[in-house]
Design a protein around this ligand. Structure first.
Ligand code: BGC
Length: 739
């Protein structure tokens, strides 16, 4: 459809028809099928609204969606098709590792590939838009939703958000196998006070601009067609009604031209936030702030038309919103083909195809972080291994946002090890459930039934005693339950359930050669686990090929390729703990007796494992950092060089990371900030030169006047294998007026 045709269509629509385009309902209103991720009342909208609503969420499947679309189109006087959206977070049916794990790969290319494959599957299943990427920066491991982010660093999150948008959308969303991306949750949803879900956010503008906005911006620059507003308040104003945030920052400064959708019932919830007195006012505030689509309430449907008629909301705002929705439908080619790629045969062909499973396997291996290894990994294939624990043969390894997956497709550790043929020396016993004696845990989808494993740990220990004592190595597959992370899953204690710690301690009495394979949706407090084990491999929720990837890594057929993108705290009381802190006026220098300094008296300041950290099966030697010049100007560059050598005996991949510290600024500057990274593969004995380029632009930040610019002065560049390495050099930025 041409722009002129679209404008004609818009001018032919009645006020009510326009308003209905801005309403989004779940599939439950059409044929009863939907995943419900928030409050839902089936009587909340009129039949007319259902008949004319502009988009549907969280219902999938080519046949299903085609059926709904067909019926809808028959009643649509302007032949405007419905848009179908859903949360395709870490895959549709082929489930990739959770986003937090994907970040740990430090490999945007494979993350883009996974997104592209997810888009292919979702498009064949009739979807047009995914509510992904979640570009929210996260620092507090208590917040359950950290699993859906790629971590605590603005730069890395930006790279990953961009990769996902490109993967979903390609160059043209109209193309077969492409879907539109909706970046969320604008803004700063990842910084709820005390890590409690949906809690308020207090951020200085400097921190908001410097750290929290860049990843959304990267996704928007990559062309994301949609943005979702956040549930939280930001400095006391709900994001969904925040005109400054939406009209000034998002639309004007970030130049976002696509569709802005509210999060689930977020417009209505402004009443509970105490910033709207009633639904009428909530509708008025949200539309004036620039929210185009109302997700899953009738606030717009019931109130917008009157607000326009009485002039409290301008007709222009309404028309702009509807135009954006129609544009998106047009960009997707839906006016020409309302079914786009929905096709039962294609579903059969692409869903769970070998290529997708292979990407899921590689990405899982690249996301595993080896936290500790005292010479026990990789396992020797000829040795005797006893695999114990609730994740030994457990298919619930897809993570909290994989509603459409069939977990029967997931490969468990047991299945993979048996298939590898190493099983002749391996035995498997679940020993206990993820929890002891719990059948249900609370989740945002209501009470979640946990298959109750009626296992008696003591009895199982007795049964396994001899095998445990005689084994060369014990592999304990432990972790939190997938529903303990994700939306509405904040925790104050972030350890594994007690029953599993009991298992670990008891096994340790008989055999201390223990490898823990740790499943989680967040960095956990694992000080206890570290104490009782010789190796710890963090595998997150690794997805469909999880067990196969774990077997490959344990037996050394693949290496643990990930590095942490969120610090692992030494204890929950440290949260939020993150690498790019601001300095304090009284830094703790590590002397035990220092008192009036910034420190805890009962815990270290440093996390247990920092951002960027991860061991490999080999070791790397770095040469001293070399700079091409110690002066940088606005027109010159500095090249940073290091030589990295694999001085171990196995091939390996290193993630070479470059951090910069601005030594003094008009506002306090972080101790370090990630500015570049490279994954390099080296054979034993092999050396590679790694080069980074520093330009003035990379040194810009929001200064005391909230201006985004660099400031002359000294900077320190660090290069190494994690965020604590001291290999560094200094340079000075000289700006033109001073040169
Ligand atoms: C979540 C969003 C999600 C939406 C639709 C909300 O509860 O916060 O991230 O996209 O539900 O399922």
């Amino acid at each position: 459809m041409t722009i002129e045709q679209l404008e004609t269509l818009l001018s032919d629509m009645t006020l009510e028809e326009k308003v209905y385009q801005l309403v989004q309902l779940t599939g439950q209103f059409y044929n009863g099928e939907a995943v419900i991720t928030g409050p839902a009342d089936s009587d909340m909208v009129t039949k007319e609204c259902v008949r004319q609503a502009g988009s549907v969420l969280n219902t999938v499947g080519a046949k299903n969606i085609k059926g709904i679309q067909k019926e809808y189109m028959q009643n649509q006087s302007h032949h405007i098709p419905l848009l179908f959206m859903a949360d395709i977070i870490n895959g549709y049916k082929t489930i990739y590792p959770i986003p937090l794990a994907q970040g740990c790969s430090f490999d945007p290319e494979i993350v883009e590939k996974a997104a592209q494959e997810a888009a292919k599957e979702a498009a064949a299943a009739g979807l047009h838009v995914t509510f992904s990427p979640m570009a929210d920066l996260v620092k507090d491991a208590r917040w359950g939703r950290v699993m859906e982010s790629t971590g605590e660093d603005a730069y890395l999150n930006g790279c990953m958000a961009e990769a996902m948008v490109k993967g979903y959308q390609g160059n043209d969303v109209k193309e077969k196998g492409r879907i539109a991306a909706c970046v969320k949750h604008f803004a700063a949803y990842g910084a709820p006070t005390a890590g409690r879900e949906y809690n308020n956010v207090e951020l200085s503008e400097t921190t908001l601009f410097d750290e929290y906005l860049p990843a959304y911006q990267a996704a928007i620059h990559a062309g994301a067609k949609m943005v979702m507003s956040a549930f939280n308040t930001l400095n006391r104003v709900p994001c969904t009604g925040n005109e400054w945030l939406m009209r000034k920052i998002l639309r004007e400064d970030m130049e976002f031209e696509g569709v802005l959708i509210s999060d689930w019932a977020a417009i209505e919830q402004m009443i509970l936030h105490g910033t709207a007195e009633n639904l009428v006012q909530a509708a008025q505030i949200a539309m004036n702030a620039g929210v185009d689509i109302d997700m899953m309430t009738s606030v717009y449907a019931d109130n917008l038309a009157n607000l326009i008629k009485e002039g409290t909301v301008s007709q222009r705002f309404l028309d702009d919103a509807v135009r954006r929705v129609l544009n998106l439908k047009n960009d997707l080619g839906l006016f020409e083909n309302p079914y786009k790629d929905a096709d039962e045969e294609d579903e059969q062909a692409v869903i769970l195809c070998d290529e997708h499973r292979k990407t899921a396997l590689t990405l899982a291996e690249e996301s595993f972080v080896l936290l500790k290894n005292e010479g026990v990994l990789p396992l020797k294939k000829e040795d005797t291994h006893v695999f114990l624990g609730p994740y030994t043969d457990n298919k619930e390894i897809s993570g909290a946002w994989s509603f459409y997956a069939d977990i029967e497709q997931n490969i468990t550790i047991r299945e993979a090890v048996e298939e590898k043929g190493t099983a002749r020396n391996a035995c498997f016993e679940t020993m206990c459930g993820v929890f002891s004696g719990i059948r249900q845990i609370k989740s945002f989808q209501g009470d979640l039934d946990i298959p109750y494993l009626d296992l008696d740990l003591d009895e199982n220990l007795k049964k396994m005693e001899e095998k445990i004592k005689n084994a060369d190595t014990i592999v304990l597959a432990l972790g939190e339950h997938y529903a303990q992370s994700g939306e509405a899953a904040s925790r104050t204690e972030i350890q594994i359930p007690n029953i599993q710690m009991d298992l670990l301690k008891k096994v340790h009495q008989w055999n201390s050669n223990i490898v823990v394979v740790l499943f989680s949706g967040r960095p956990l407090d694992i000080s206890g686990i570290v104490k009782y084990s010789k190796a710890v491999l963090a595998v997150w929720f690794p997805g469909i090929e999880g067990g196969a990837a774990i077997a490959d890594v344990l037996y050394g057929d693949a290496e643990p390729g990930g590095r942490l993108t969120m610090s692992f705290p030494a204890c929950a009381g440290q949260c939020p703990v993150f690498y790019n802190e601001l300095p304090t006026g009284r830094p703790f220098k590590g002397q035990e007796k220092e008192r009036f300094v910034s420190r805890y008296i009962d815990a270290p300041n440093a996390p247990l494992y920092p951002f960027g950290y991860g061991m490999t099966y080999t070791s790397f030697l770095y040469s001293k950092v070399k700079l091409s010049n110690d002066i940088l100007t606005e027109t010159s560059v500095i090249t940073v060089n290091v030589t990295v050598e694999n001085n171990g005996s196995r091939p390996g991949t290193e993630v070479v990371q470059m951090y910069i510290q601005d030594m003094a600024g008009s506002v306090s500057r972080p101790l370090r900030e990630l500015k570049g990274f490279r994954r390099i593969h080296l054979a034993p004995g092999e050396k590679k030169n790694v080069e980074f380029v520093i330009e003035e632009e990379m040194l810009r930040f929001y200064n005391a006047n909230l201006k985004y610019e660099s400031e002359a002065g000294k900077f320190r560049v660090y290069v190494g294998g994690d965020s604590t390495r001291e290999n560094s050099e200094e340079f000075t930025l000289v700006r033109s007026q001073e040169a």
